[in-house]
Design a protein around this ligand. Structure first.
Ligand SMILES: Cc1cc2nc3c(=O)[nH]c(=O)nc-3n(C[C@H](O)[C@H](O)[C@H](O)COP(=O)(O)OP(=O)(O)OC[C@H]3O[C@@H](n4cnc5c(N)ncnc54)[C@H](O)[C@@H]3O)c2cc1C
Length: 414
């Protein structure tokens, strides 16, 4: 099913084999319709990426089936024979009640309530305007923003943050979320190692230039991360400045993951969490014993992720060791070892993790997904209004774009 070479002409070309691209391809594949997925990397999945270390699946990208009760990928995971873990997430369980107390949880809840009320009144601006200036937890609230948005709340739109739909049900795939997307894409017609550099839209058919030659298509589905669309990594002729501009207003934040092994893990509650510090947002979150494993999944969001990624993988480990030693005693350093780290900021095919709308730009999600010439359709996590930033949001948007392409070709969905 996977073509090694590029066909010279297809009905629909999908650019990118992440969650959105795979969902689109699955929706499109049917007798009589030729579809190709062009993927720059040597693998399927994009920001969904599972690696294996010592027989254990580790997600470097998405890990949580957020809003799992409404998440189509949860059902698809079970149908694919993968294992769903329904253990409550660590952010609901602070180890030893350390630092994060009921008071802090209440502060974050109160902040989100103020955001919701402000949004309902039509207010827009940076979500940080709704911090309580007298609260001692504002640094922590911004650290949480690092995890949720990959950026501080000063960079996040009130309206957009409020539009996200969280049902508070969060599950995981034991074999890995990346593995799930990869498995769902196994039958799709994907050409790997095939970055697209240009789409000529001046003629009656679209002409795509790729690293493996050129191809013509009647319709294109573009699923690039927003930072790449904004940088015009795929050049359109004639250009599409409105598309690049909308994407630039939905930049990718940065969050880095560091998987650590730990000895004597039984000392810690399973699937619990610690924060490094409470007085600064430039700190790490530490998920202790994910899936009950003798491991720690460290998470750095926003500015600290940018700083540590720039310094290199060793800096992530040094920072985590320092924070954990401060929390748990200096001998703890000897109990941990680095297993794997993510470096999404330096990744040329993503350049970040997930999108947030800048203040006053929540409307750019709709602008980004407006069809061009009724034959270029845009999908990805960033075009989702309420599940942006997630793999299932990307999936649903891929399906939506596929429906639009089918309609344009005069085909009804089936
Ligand atoms: C560290 C991290 C943690 C996350 N945690 C979660 C989580 O717990 N739960 C959750 O739901 N989501 C999470 N996410 C977000 C989720 O992974 C993404 O929102 C989702 O995978 C994006 O899918 P997509 O199809 O929109 O984009 P991508 O997966 O980025 O797919 C785009 C594809 O386009 C390809 N491409 C780029 N340029 C070109 C080109 N020129 N030509 C051809 N192909 C190109 C890329 O290689 C990529 O494969 C996380 C992401 C990261 C990085």
């Amino acid at each position: 099913m996977s073509p090694a070479t590029l066909p010279s002409s297809v009905d629909v070309a999908v650019i990118g084999a992440g969650a959105a691209g795979i969902a689109a391809a699955r929706r499109l594949v049917r007798p009589g319709l030729s579809v190709i997925v062009l993927e720059a990397r040597d693998r399927i999945g994009g920001r969904a990426h599972t690696i294996e270390r010592d027989g254990v699946a580790l997600d470097l990208g998405c890990g949580w089936l957020h809003s799992a009760d409404e998440n189509p990928l949860a059902k698809l995971a079970e149908a694919a024979g993968l294992t769903i873990d329904r253990t409550p997430p660590p952010w609901e369980r602070q180890a030893f009640d350390h630092e994060m107390s009921a008071a802090e949880q209440a502060e974050f809840g109160a902040f989100e309530k103020r955001v919701a009320e402000a949004a309902a009144q039509g207010r827009e601006g940076p979500a940080s305007e709704l911090f309580d200036p007298d609260s001692r937890w504002n640094a922590r609230i911004d650290a949480i923003s690092g995890a949720l948005n990959g950026a501080r709340f000063a960079e996040v739109s009130i309206q957009d943050y409020d539009a996200y739909r969280d049902t508070d049900v969060n599950w995981r795939v034991v074999e890995g979320y990346g593995r799930l997307v990869e498995r769902l894409g196994a039958g799709a017609p994907v050409v790997l190692d095939c970055p697209v550099s240009r789409v000529d839209r001046s003629g009656p058919t679209l002409r795509l230039d790729t690293a493996k030659g050129s191809a013509e298509a009647r319709a294109v589905i573009l699923t690039l991360p927003t930072d790449l669309i904004a940088a015009e990594a795929v050049r359109f002729d004639p250009p599409l400045p409105e598309l690049a501009e909308a994407a630039a207003h939905l930049p990718l934040g940065l969050a880095s993951k560091l998987h650590l092994s730990v000895t004597g893990a039984e000392d810690f509650p399973k699937d619990s969490q610690l924060w490094g510090r409470s007085d600064t947002p430039e700190t790490g979150g530490y998920h202790l014993r994910p899936f009950g494993r003798p491991m720690i999944e460290a998470w750095f969001g926003g500015g600290i992720a940018r700083q540590l990624e720039a310094e290199g993988e060793a800096a992530l480990f040094a920072f985590a060791s320092e924070e954990l030693a401060n929390l748990l005693g200096s001998s703890f350093r000897k109990r941990i070892a680095a297993v794997a780290a993510s470096m999404w900021g330096a990744d040329p095919w993503s350049r970040g993790v997930f999108s947030h709308a800048l203040p006053h730009h929540t409307g750019d999600r709709a602008r980004l997904k407006a069809p061009v010439d009724n034959r270029i359709f845009i999908a990805g996590e960033a075009t989702s209004q309420s599940f942006y930033g997630t793999a299932h949001g990307a999936w649903l948007e891929g399906e939506r774009a596929a429906e639009e392409a089918l309609a344009t070709l005069g085909l009804v969905s089936g």
